[in-house]
Design a protein around this ligand. Structure first.
Ligand code: PLP
Length: 388
């Protein structure tokens, strides 16, 4: 058996929900899609929800609804999955990176404001900021909302790590503070539909635009034409096929019913790691602000590795000897040759992101990880790194 940084939890109830839906008349574009969307709206307290085929499709659609022009700017964190950045590039606008806070690993608010001012001075139009609730730890959304109002830009929450997190006690914080929220239901995330995702919003205009974008831009109108030509439909904008099937939505509905319990399990595991590592000066753990309820999609552990090579040696040793597979989340965007070509990665210093990449790594955390295995994992990590 391997111990990976994360994996899905599938119950027999989940399996039954999927197989029941497979026996229905419609296995895609059927009634379960809207049912899932209603469950999402209720769980995450948004006015609208659009189920999408992936978190990446959700990001593509969310950013598209902002109608960016070629010189419009969007700012995000360098410590994110490539899809966050790609969503802006798909829409042919400019993306800028702004450094993370060295202890919470979400956008550093002061540096963000400095960077906004810097771009304004160059007469750039900032259209949006995408905050990433890294590992399940919510960004400082109140401060982000303050800046969004002050400088007049949209807020997007790339919420893919944070389903089940709370901010000031509110599980519906994401759509409350951000204009658009994107979630992913990939198997490593806090809830899964296999592949899948969604956009949440309280904005009706965005909702309607994204719904068309999800399905080829096809618009059925109930007008005179439809009366005489019942097959007719309109296409006014380009769209994609970003739909989620009914059986995946059935899995999503069933998974959401276990979300709270699964998050409680993740938090229990995290607490045990915290207790073990926080008083050891050799290690660093993620800081969680008082009003954040962290859902622990990831558990990040920091150690002062001499360099990336020594970190690589540690990874290889654990994979080979103990079948414990660590991961790095993420190689910072500005390290990729491709993004160096298409993004102005020299625009601002990204010191905290660089240091985070050198030192931090993700260790196993998922609801079915039992105490015995967890204790073994943390003792092995400590024993190996103690000698360094
Ligand atoms: C997983 C993830 C995505 C992409 O989601 P997919 O469903 O895999 O397309 C985007 N952003 C972040 C931060 C993610 O973790």
């Amino acid at each position: 058996m391997y111990f990976k940084y994360g994996k899905q939890s599938i119950s027999s109830k989940d399996i039954k929900a999927v197989s029941d839906t497979l026996k229905q008349e419609l296995i895609t574009q059927g009634p379960v899609v809207e049912k899932f969307e209603n469950v999402l709206k209720k769980k995450f307290k948004s006015k609208f929800a659009i189920a999408m085929s992936s978190g990446t499709a959700a990001l593509h659609a969310a950013i598209n609804s902002l109608k960016l022009k070629t010189n419009d700017c969007v700012i995000t964190s360098p410590i994110t999955f490539c899809a966050t950045v790609n969503s802006v590039l798909y829409n042919e606008a400019k993306i800028y990176l702004s450094d993370i806070n060295s202890s919470t690993f979400t956008l550093d608010i002061n540096k963000l404001e400095e960077n906004i001012k810097k771009l304004k001075k160059k007469n750039k139009k900032i259209k949006a900021v995408i905050g990433v609730d890294y590992a399940g730890n919510p960004c400082e959304w109140k401060s982000l909302r303050f800046l969004a109002n002050k400088y007049n830009f949209y807020l997007v929450n790339d919420n893919c790590h944070a389903m089940g997190s709370k901010y000031f006690g509110d599980r519906g914080y994401a759509a409350k503070y951000a204009d658009l929220v994107t979630q992913s239901y990939h198997p490593v995330k806090n809830l899964t539909t296999g592949e899948g995702g969604s956009v949440l919003t309280n904005n009706k205009f965005f909702f309607e635009k994204i719904k068309l974008f999800r399905s080829h831009g096809i618009e059925k109108k109930k007008d005179q034409t439809a009366k005489f030509y019942p097959w007719s439909y309109q296409i006014n904008n380009i769209g994609y096929n970003y739909r989620l099937t009914d059986f995946q939505c059935a899995l999503g509905i069933s998974q959401i019913q276990s979300l709270n319990r699964n998050i409680q399990n993740r938090r229990k595991i995290a607490q045990k790691y915290n207790l073990y590592f926080e008083n050891n000066v050799k290690f660093q753990i993620q800081e969680v602000k008082k009003n954040n309820y962290h859902s622990y999609h990831l558990y990040s552990l920091g150690f002062n590795f001499e360099n990336l090579r020594s970190k690589g040696f540690f990874f290889n040793y654990f994979a080979k000897k103990y079948k414990i597979i660590f991961q790095v989340h993420y190689v910072p965007i500005h390290y990729f040759k491709f993004y160096q070509k298409v993004v102005d990665t020299k625009f601002t210093r990204l010191d905290c992101a660089n240091k985070f990449y050198k030192n931090f790594f993700s260790i196993p955390i998922y609801p079915s990880l039992n105490v015995r295995d967890q204790v073994k994992i943390m003792k092995l990590i400590n024993r190996f790194l103690e000698k360094k």
